[in-house]
Design a protein around this ligand. Structure first.
Ligand SMILES: [Zn+2]
Length: 104
């Protein structure tokens, strides 16, 4: 989606600039400028999928703030890593809400 928005902008933008007397951008700069948003979207999707997979693997027993694995600890208390209070009964629901928020 981002690519679809950026591509015509750069393409017609460069044509427009050329018609105004600016030198044309090289083909490398053209593809390079496309690479940045593509790389960012790929990176964000990769990160999101990794977090989602980890959370499900740990059966949602991860600290919401620092993702410390809370499996094997008391069902409620504070995260040993960052001190955030947690309740194992609420974690699944809270994680599902967080993951839903991140999904675009
Ligand atoms: Zn924590």
């Amino acid at each position: 989606m981002v690519v679809g928005l950026v591509f015509p902008f750069i393409f017609f933008g460069s044509r427009h600039l050329q018609s105004l007397g600016f030198p044309s951008i090289s083909i490398f700069a053209f593809y390079g400028s496309l690479g940045v948003p593509i790389a960012f979207v790929a990176w964000a999707a990769y990160r999101f999928n990794r977090v989602r997979r980890t959370v499900k693997q740990q059966n949602y027993l991860l600290c919401l703030k620092c993702m410390y694995a809370l499996r094997g600890l008391a069902p409620s208390g504070i995260c040993p890593e960052c001190g955030t209070p947690f309740d194992a009964n609420d974690l699944k629901e809270k994680w599902q809400r967080e993951l839903k928020k991140l999904r675009i």
